[in-house]
Every structure is written in structure tokens, then in C-alpha cells.
Design a protein around this ligand. Structure first.
Ligand code: 5GP
Length: 188
């Protein structure tokens, strides 16, 4: 997700965030998710993975390469109104999918589900394109933060209510390319 609120660039980059999920654990789980998705869609022809920018780009890259079924890639970008590390729950579309997804099997690929507002919005948006089916895949979810009921069909990990970075996830654009998922303490 692109964040519209601004966060001071000072003191937010932490060189070695405390590890929450190690690189090899992520790799193993991504392989399992890819296997499950490949089995579930075995007889469906091509699926379309819709990656949510920016945070899902690394997860999507790894997941898509582990699938053993035909797949196409689309991207979507949304922004939440709010500031710092807390979303207000209001979601705005920044970039819709470019290709036609009508009549196709869609898997939305998200980095993180926090309150659930973003994923709920995305499901509605994708459904408006009249696909054959829509499922959701998220690397991590903060279950205790849920505000809306939204189904995650393929989930990597449930995590505690901490701000996480790495493997595509950032804090004010820092730590996105960290190979593991770590915890930082937001300034706000
Ligand atoms: P929602 O509350 O709508 O489920 O999630 C809103 C967005 O907040 C997520 O898509 C993600 O971009 C961001 N977000 C929520 N928690 C975290 C976190 O711990 N780390 C990072 N990097 N982003 C988060």
C-alpha cells in the first residue's frame, strides 16, 4: 500500500530490526502456499495474481515463481487516508489493474492484513471487474486488530500487533528489502 500520510524520515530506519519471521521460514511457507494454490486451481487454466503495491512485490515475485500452474500477473495500488503507522480505514484507489480480468480466476496477493479494510475494499473492487472467481492470499495478518470480517483464503502467518518490516514491507520506505520480517517501533 502507498501511504498518504507523511512520516518524518528521521530515526525510523533501524539497521537490524528484531527478527519475527526468519528468511528460511518465509521461504518454506511460500512454497507451501504455492503448492496449495497450484493444487486448488489445477483444472482452472490460467489464474491471475493481482499484487498490491508496493508491499506485496517481493512476496508476489517468490510466490508466482513457485506455482506450477499457468499464471498472469497484474498490479493494483491503493492508499489509505491516515498518518504515520495507523490507517483511518478509508481506502482510495491509486492504480487499477491494466489488463482485463473479466471471467478470469483472481488471487489477490497482499503483504499484510491489519484491520482488514484494505482487503475488503480490494475484493469489492476486483468483483466489480466481473471475474470468474476471487480469492485472497496474504503473507501476514494481525488477527487481533481485525475490524471487518474478511476472508484470507491463503495465509502465511498470523502475527502479533507490532509494526513489521522487510520482505516488501516498509516503515516510511525503510527496510523494504530486508530478507526477513522484523519488528520496528514506529515513532508515532
Ligand atoms: P488494513 O488496516 O486496511 O488491513 O491495512 C492497511 C495497510 O496498512 C496494509 O496494507 C499495510 O500497507 C499497512 N500496514 C498495517 N500494518 C503494517 C505493518 O505492521 N507494517 C507495514 N509495513 N505496513 C502495515
Amino acid at each position: 500500500m502507498l501511504t498518504s500520510g507523511s512520516v518524518s524520515g528521521k530515526n525510523v530506519s533501524q539497521a537490524n530490526p528484531e527478527a519475527l519471521i526468519k528468511e528460511d521460514e518465509i521461504d518454506a511457507r511460500v512454497r507451501e502456499l504455492a503448492k496449495q494454490i497450484s493444487e486448488d486451481y489445477e483444472d482452472c487454466g490460467e489464474i491471475v495474481l493481482v499484487g498490491v503495491l508496493k508491499g506485496a512485490f517481493i512476496f508476489l515475485a517468490d510466490l508466482s515463481r513457485r506455482l506450477t500452474i499457468p499464471r498472469a500477473i497484474e498490479f493494483i495500488a491503493v492508499s489509505s487516508y491516515g498518518s504515520g503507522s495507523r490507517s483511518s480505514g478509508a481506502v482510495r484507489l491509486v492504480m487499477d489493474v491494466r489488463g482485463s480480468i473479466e471471467g478470469r480466476h483472481i488471487v489477490i496477493v497482499e503483504d499484510i492484513v491489519d484491520t482488514g479494510h484494505t482487503l475488503k475494499y480490494l475484493i469489492g473492487l476486483i468483483k466489480s471487474h466481473r471475474p470468474a472467481s476471487v480469492k485472497t492470499c496474504a503473507l501476514v495478518r494481525k488477527a487481533e486488530r481485525a475490524e471487518v470480517d474478511v476472508e484470507v483464503d491463503y495465509l502465511g502467518f498470523d502475527i502479533p500487533d507490532k509494526w513489521v518490516v522487510g520482505y516488501g514491507l516498509d516503515y516510511a520506505e525503510h527496510n523494504r528489502t530486508l530478507p526477513y520480517i522484523g519488528i520496528v517501533t514506529p515513532a508515532d
